[in-house]
Design a protein around this ligand. Structure first.
Ligand SMILES: [Zn+2]
Length: 293
């Protein structure tokens, strides 16, 4: 093979993917290289795994799916999922661009999940907890009746077994295909958070990119301690909707974790590499209160 052929062959082997997505029509294996959406530099997939999917060049936090988040926080082999079979049906017979039942089906196929949140018993730093993580791949981890039900049941189980709750949120907001039934989940989940607080059991939420809409407006921000990953977008309505409504330009960095920390809505912005240790320390402090109650 001539040197120019070698370079051509090398070009054909460019395993570059954008944000972990395989380029259309590519014949090469998935996920060998990814491009960082923040600094646009190319990162070797193996290195990304080693750095907990944080860009080694600029510190940008790539998205994690629900089981990656659980794997990050739970003590090894401690996670035991419950309510895995709880999933939304189509109570309104909703059809938009396509029937809701089809959206559910393709989300299930793509993600291997039944719904947009995974919950289970686990230990974190040796503390018994109910641990949950939302998965943005599943219809934007929007909160329909099944997501709300799983969250509410997670708190109820924590109450029954006197466990702390640790939830990693990520959500586009309400599941519009379920209309009013989706909006009701805000009240339902918030009420169970309150019951946990009355039982003096700790609740730590970890806001990840993006956490928006009805999830931000309910269980995500009423925790005892609200942590957030660096650079996460957290808010209720999106910036464009707000600008159109109030007819003013928003400040730079509006709705980022750092902005919310500055304005008192987030308690601490914690880089992913320090998250498990920080949650463990908080449980060390807070779980003792529950034991005394
Ligand atoms: Zn980067």
């Amino acid at each position: 093979m001539s040197i120019s052929d070698w370079f051509k062959a090398r070009e054909a082997r460019r395993y570059t993917t954008i944000n972990g997505e395989r380029a259309a029509g590519s014949e090469v294996p998935d996920g060998v290289w990814s491009t960082c959406s923040a600094c646009k530099r190319i990162v070797y997939e193996g290195q990304l795994v080693e750095y907990l999917r944080v860009c080694p060049h600029c510190g940008h936090h790539f998205d994690l799916n629900a089981f990656e988040r659980i794997g990050l926080l739970a003590d090894p082999e401690s996670f035991d999922e419950f309510d895995a079979g709880v999933g939304s049906t189509d109570p309104l017979g909703f059809v938009a661009a396509k029937p809701y039942t089809e959206s559910l089906e393709s989300a299930r196929e793509r993600s291997g999940l039944t719904e947009g949140v995974v919950v289970g018993r686990a230990t974190v730093g040796g503390h018994p907890v109910v641990l949950g993580a939302m998965d943005f791949r599943f219809i934007g981890a929007s909160m329909g009746s099944a997501v709300g039900e799983k969250i509410a049941r997670a708190f109820e189980l924590a109450l029954d077994e006197r466990r702390a709750v640790v939830l990693c949120t990520a959500s586009g907001g309400a599941r519009m295909q379920e209309g009013m039934l989706s909006l009701m989940q805000m009240a339902k989940t918030s009420a169970t958070v309150r019951r946990l607080a009355e039982a003096r059991l700790p609740y730590i939420s970890v806001l990840t990119n993006p956490t928006m809409g009805g999830v931000t407006a309910s269980f995500a921000v009423v925790a005892d301690v609200v942590l957030a990953e660096p650079g996460a977008l957290v808010g209720f309505a999106g910036p464009r909707v707000i600008e159109q409504t109030i007819k003013q330009h928003l400040p730079k960095g509006f709705q980022s974790s750092e902005f919310l920390l500055e304005h008192g809505m987030v308690d601490e912005v914690v880089p992913r590499g320090q998250l498990t240790a920080r949650v463990t320390t908080l449980l060390d402090y807070l779980a003792r209160g529950g034991e005394r109650a």
